[in-house]
Design a protein. Structure first.
Ligand code: GTP
Ligand code: MG
Length: 136
């Protein structure tokens, strides 16, 4: 059965949206496997975002992810990777479709990083790698 790593980023946690977001994932029929609230370390984020090292938004992204606790979850289900990314909406909250997490709860705060509430793995290989980082 497919698994994915979901993060509720510091903006989602500080705005008390963790429950609302997790409820949508469960309501879609995916099964919660692991759940915790955690303060990321720079070392974890360097691994998690290794594909973005060197991009202009990389350092602001890491600082944002260190700015407060995140909620990390493993969810399981048929096609859960694609299913959660559909539920999350596109990366930019300004244009993310209504009905998605980012479209309904996110907006452009004028900052250097998209404060877009959630992360979801983008492939089976990414999911395995990311689960190893957050649930070592
Ligand atoms: P994640 O689920 O968080 O991985 O989002 P994603 O897959 O939709 O985006 P991606 O992996 O490309 O980028 C990771 C994160 O970096 C995004 O969620 C944003 O927070 C930030 N980000 C990505 N692209 C940009 C960009 O072009 N500009 C800015 N400012 N931030 C970006
Ligand atoms: Mg991504």
């Amino acid at each position: 059965l497919e698994r994915t790593l979901i993060l509720i980023k510091p903006d989602g946690v500080s705005r008390n949206l963790s429950g609302a977001i997790l409820a949508r994932v469960e309501a879609k029929g995916y099964t919660l496997v692991e759940l915790k609230k955690i303060n990321a370390t720079r070392a974890m984020l360097e691994q998690h975002y290794e594909e973005h090292v060197g991009k202009p938004f990389y350092e602001p992204l890491v600082e944002f992810m260190l700015s407060g606790p995140v909620v990390a979850a493993i969810f399981e289900g048929n096609s859960v990777i694609a299913g959660f990314r559909s539920l999350a909406g596109s990366t930019d909250p300004t244009t993310a479709a209504p009905g998605t997490v980012r479209g309904d709860f996110g907006r452009d705060w004028g900052l250097k990083v998209q404060q877009n509430l959630v992360h979801g793995s983008d492939s089976v290989e990414s999911a395995e790698r990311e689960i190893g980082i957050w649930f070592a």
